[in-house]
Ligand binder design. Sequence first.
Ligand SMILES: Nc1nc2c(c(=O)[nH]1)N[C@H]1C(S)=C(S)[C@@H](COP(=O)(O)OP(=O)(O)OC[C@H]3O[C@@H](n4cnc5c(=O)[nH]c(N)nc54)[C@H](O)[C@@H]3O)O[C@H]1N2
Ligand SMILES: Nc1nc2c(c(=O)[nH]1)N[C@H]1C(S)=C(S)[C@@H](COP(=O)(O)OP(=O)(O)OC[C@H]3O[C@@H](n4cnc5c(=O)[nH]c(N)nc54)[C@H](O)[C@@H]3O)O[C@H]1N2
Ligand code: SF4
Ligand SMILES: [Mo]
Length: 758
Amino acid sequence: MPMDENNSTKTWHKTACVLCSANCGLEVRLTDREITRVRGNKSHVASAGYTCEKGLRINHYQNNTSRLTSPVKRINDGSYIEVDWDTAIEEISQSLKEISTKYGGDKIFYYGGGGQGNHLGGAHSTATRRAYGITRKSNALAQEKTGEAWVEGQMFGTHTHGGFHDAEVAIFLGKNPWHSHGFDQARRVLKEIANDDSRSLIVIDPRRTETADLADYWLQVKPGTDAFLLAALGALLIQDDLIDTEWLAKNASGVEETKTAFSTVPIKEYAERSGVATEQLRDVANRIARAKSVSTYEDLGIEMGPHSTLVSYLHRVISIMTGNYGKPGALGPHTSIAPLFNYASAGREPNDPVTGGKIISGLVPCNEIADGFLSDHPDRSRAMIIESGNPVHSLAESNKFREAMRKAELTVVIDVVHTETTEQADWILPASSQYEKAEATFFGANFPENTFHLRSGILEPLEGTLTEPEIHSRLVQASGVLDEVDLGPLRDAAEQGLDTFSEAFMTAAIENPAISAYGAVVLYETLGKSLPKGKEGAAVLWFSCQMAVQKYPQQIRDAGYEGEGTQLGNALFEGIINSDDGVIFTRHKQEDAFDFLTTPDQKVNLLIPEMHEQLNQLRSAPVKYTSEEYPFVLSAGERRGFSANTIVRNPEWRKNDKQGALRIHPDDAQSLGISDGSRVRVTTEGGTAVAVAEINETVPSGYVSLPNGYGLSYSPAGGDAEVVGVAPNQLTTTNWKDSIAGTPWHKHVPAKLEIIGT
Ligand SMILES: Nc1nc2c(c(=O)[nH]1)N[C@H]1C(S)=C(S)[C@@H](COP(=O)(O)OP(=O)(O)OC[C@H]3O[C@@H](n4cnc5c(=O)[nH]c(N)nc54)[C@H](O)[C@@H]3O)O[C@H]1N2
Ligand SMILES: Nc1nc2c(c(=O)[nH]1)N[C@H]1C(S)=C(S)[C@@H](COP(=O)(O)OP(=O)(O)OC[C@H]3O[C@@H](n4cnc5c(=O)[nH]c(N)nc54)[C@H](O)[C@@H]3O)O[C@H]1N2
Ligand code: SF4
Ligand SMILES: [Mo]
């Protein structure tokens, strides 16, 4: 049943792809509940018709035999029984209250809140967390982007993103956008740069990726040695006087100290350690210095490897030393409907009381969550709510996470399907899919114009499921915190239009603090009820719009919305609700980029003492972490054509690479007697797994890779589950991580290989 009245199979319904952060706009045709045709939405504000091969097979996400259709509860013998929603909410609420009374609500851990396509559940979880006093939290960002956020917080006080559509020089550092995207219309943009003689593509990657194949300069760094490479590149720029002194004097602080820190870098030696010739580095330094604009994208290749936080710092120093901030095609800030990180607090947060790990933007390092349960520290975590995340599969050392869940006194998982994580849960709550409710993400990072796309549900919720806004509303109401609040008047006000509603909401919020404390749920229960069908869960965005107009009133008006204050917020909210193609919500001028800096002197701060110290210590740092016992570097979790985290479970969705091959260089294959299709045992400190080999010339010798998102259990016919491919985190360990941000070194796991069959 499509959600609108017009359920002809000929109708194209507008939505988006949920498989990566690009969230390309899609148009789909439905036959009953099947998504039978998919094409790119040409009117979409960001993707303009673009898609990759994965988005076209999105029906495998929507329809599969793993979908959950009833709340279930684990009983004493370990089996599950179906429970009705009222009982489930009541019992979970009761248990949360008991745990909160016994140990304190801060011992309840909240994990997740959104994936590649859905952030509205997380927005509503704020109300649930407040209702039960939950403060400890984390999500997948704390195993990739926290080191970057810690650096950016101190350098800029804001998030930056490259302008790849305009950049004269685009640098991809441990990033393969051909497959992983990360910005709009990635393949189109990569080809454009590659085909334009006046622009250059620089790729820093040990593997000759699809992106490296297009590059003007491919720096084949030895795995794990990017810090040496970037230290040498930065030192070359400074030594050869290729930096923009005038720009720096005006816009940056800590310049002299940073130049001094680089002055002792032994360029030739570090270049050698990184495996890249000094001459090639010098060419690249000159190319960067000559360019009108340079943008760099760092991603997992360095975020999940040795010295990751330092590398996040070093490449930003290179950008800033060459004046590449705040102009077209360079790094720039961006607006946000709802920011994913709090950059202002970077470097100033107390450590985790149980593990001592660095909390960044309120997030506990993912590698330390399980320890926070397994520890015997009196403040250890006792219960866990997991929403829209599959941490047993996606976090380091899957078995340790399983153990932590089993030790917890209560675990509740909210998901659309059975997963490796639901298998361990005490309670499983079935959510409606991202095509069965309003959804959106807060990933949009464009500048000077930024976009936002609210998608409407295109199918009725699958029977037995509830949307996250509804689940959170019920959990909050069951806690009793809204008992004294009469939502009736706000509901009536909403019926009379946004102006009446906003006035009523503001007045009510002053009279009763519960109205704003549990705002997401209050909005859903009042304004949400007056929104069109399929958009009810978007009411929370009304508040986001009101916050946005406080920050960027003129830029929102320049994007075409009229009014002042609350009325401007209402106009933006209406614009968002009424567009199926997404909207431009802010229109800045390039010069505004400097207004976003929230450093004390509003300049870019190059001086982060810990980073200078680490730069200095590189001299004595190892260049390799392999050993006689584990001689290979395993990259555990590469992005490929048919990988999409764990969002699609049916292996049939893949047109190729069905097993998720272990890629190995021909020389290594030969010396181990491995041929294409051989079965190879991969052993690491963390565990062992059997993979199917693929001889592949794009990987360097001594390095092998396994894809991300494989090794999921799935029952093709709804019977016994089968597992296809290797789950990468059965091979990883939680202690293999960055010394600052605690992010895992998944791209650099020492491993041993043995052939066990051809
Ligand atoms: N197809 C597909 N797209 C996705 C996803 C997916 O699962 N599948 N997931 C999405 C998510 S959540 C994310 S975070 C992004 C991640 O996107 P990427 O970071 O681009 O993905 P990866 O393939 O994990 O790693 C990037 C590159 O790092 C390289 N690398 C490995 N070791 C090193 C090293 O020591 N130094 C350097 N410089 N490079 C190294 C690898 O060869 C690889 O090309 O992708 C998003 N897009
Ligand atoms: N070894 C290794 N591990 C890695 C990586 C790696 O490269 N190597 N990559 C890491 C990275 S960068 C990331 S981002 C993480 C990603 O890992 P996770 O954060 O665990 O995210 P997903 O795999 O996207 O899983 C999201 C879950 O949300 C569920 N879901 C989908 N739609 C909805 C919905 O509408 N509502 C609810 N409630 N649930 C929904 C899906 O069924 C799935 O179980 O994996 C990380 N793990
Ligand atoms: S996987 Fe990413 S790039 Fe491909 S269609 Fe989906 S959102 Fe677009
Ligand atoms: Mo990610």
